[in-house]
Design a protein around this ligand. Structure first.
Ligand SMILES: C[S@@+](CC[C@H](N)C(=O)[O-])C[C@H]1O[C@@H](n2cnc3c(N)ncnc32)[C@H](O)[C@@H]1O
Length: 361
């Protein structure tokens, strides 16, 4: 199964990700004889076991089908049952990079929460690293343990039910990195310092509020950590659009010879052959300012399928542009979403370098 490596064939006991359509997924633990209802129709697990990951499979409804995806930490983050607030991969990937995690790393995490970060860490440190994760909510710790066992990563993760703010980590280890996602992270810093290696041990604390960041940064410095810095990861999504633009005349009047004539000829030729191509009803609707929007279609099952119109698009001009007789052509461009996913939290990092016999405080 795919949490730490890829396998081809879906086996009994695997957790597969069922892709139902754009933004619609669920996870399924496969068990011979079981039947799961989805909004695309029922799925018999016996029909799935033995098939290849990535395949499309029909449901028990007339025209329904779904895709079966290999589970990965990224897909798990999108599909897990939230027992707490969780971190998503924009933050997780940055944390992994900054903590310099790699195969063989030994990492400490608290709290475990829903295990979103833990799954990603486990994959990064496999096959011979180890994650020690601490959670003071007993049921959450137990559920995380079950998940790690189900997902074939329990040999990489030890879950401990413990209040790390009150009692510290209680392990006699020198670890490569510590990750904290706790309400008062500064209270865990002295405990973290005791278990971090002194030759460049890394720490990261995730906090939603800037006051938590201030307190954490001050305490990191007074405990002898260096390179203390804070980041915020904001995800910026882009959409593919076709936009019709006037060709630049570079200061010359349209029609006059210019250094760009060759390029203009090429575009004109291109436009000619594009216009000869059947553009049909997939052609995007042009706005007056020349923007051509990609259409999105709905498949017979209702799944959203957006596609890049493969047929050529005729440039459509607004009236003022037609009068000026400007040359236009369609270009593909990436347009950022007008609204971005907002603030999740701040990531504060520090590094512990101490010389032998140096206390750092
Ligand atoms: C926001 S959640 C962590 C989510 C996790 N990073 C994820 O992405 O799934 C914070 C967790 O810390 C746990 N926690 C809070 N105080 C703690 C403490 N003193 N010791 C151990 N765990 C604690 C909470 O029970 C909660 O499950």
């Amino acid at each position: 199964m795919g949490f730490v490596g890829y396998t081809d064939v879906i086996a009994e006991g695997d957790t597969a990700i069922v892709y139902l359509g754009y933004n619609a997924m669920m996870h399924l633990k496969l068990c011979h004889g079981a039947l799961t209802q989805t909004k695309r129709g029922g799925l018999r697990h016996s029909d799935i076991i033995g098939k290849k990951y990535g395949c499309r499979i029909s449901t028990l409804s007339d025209k329904g089908y779904v895709y079966l995806l290999q589970p990965t930490p990224e897909l798990w983050t999108l599909n897990l049952r939230h027992r707490t607030q969780i971190l998503y991969f924009a933050d997780i990937s940055f944390i992994t990079l900054q903590l310099e995690l790699k195969p063989g790393s030994v990492v400490v995490e608290s709290g475990t929460g829903s295990g979103s970060v833990s799954h990603a860490f486990a994959r990064t440190i496999a096959p011979d690293g180890h994650l020690h994760t601490f959670e003071f909510h007993e049921q959450r710790a137990e559920k995380a343990r079950e998940d790690f066992k189900d997902h074939g990563i329990s040999h990489l993760v030890t879950v401990t039910h413990r209040d790390v703010l009150e009692n510290g980590f209680g392990i006699d280890l020198s670890v490569d990195a510590v990750f904290l996602d706790l309400p008062c992270p500064w209270r865990a810093l002295p405990h973290a310092r005791k278990i971090l290696k002194t030759s460049g041990g890394k720490i990261c604390s995730f906090s939603p509020c800037i006051e938590q960041v201030q307190r954490t940064s001050e305490d990191l410095r007074s405990l002898g950590f260096t390179d203390v810095s804070t980041f915020e990861c904001l995800q910026r999504n882009y959409e593919n659009r076709t936009v019709v633009l006037p060709y630049p005349t570079l200061g010359k009047k349209p029609g006059a010879e210019s250094t760009s004539q060759l390029a203009q000829d090429a575009v004109a030729k291109d436009a000619g052959s594009l216009n000869d191509t059947k553009s049909g009803d997939r052609q995007g609707a042009s706005t007056d300012c020349g923007e051509t929007q990609e259409k999105s279609e709905t498949d017979p099952d209702g799944a959203d399928v957006s596609f890049e119109a493969s047929e050529a698009k005729k440039p459509r001009l607004c009236e003022s542009e037609k009068k000026e007789n400007k040359l236009h052509y369609p270009i593909k461009c990436a347009v950022p979403w007008k609204e971005m996913p907002g603030h999740t939290g701040y990531l504060t990092f520090g590094t512990l370098y101490l010389l032998p016999n140096e206390s750092g405080v």
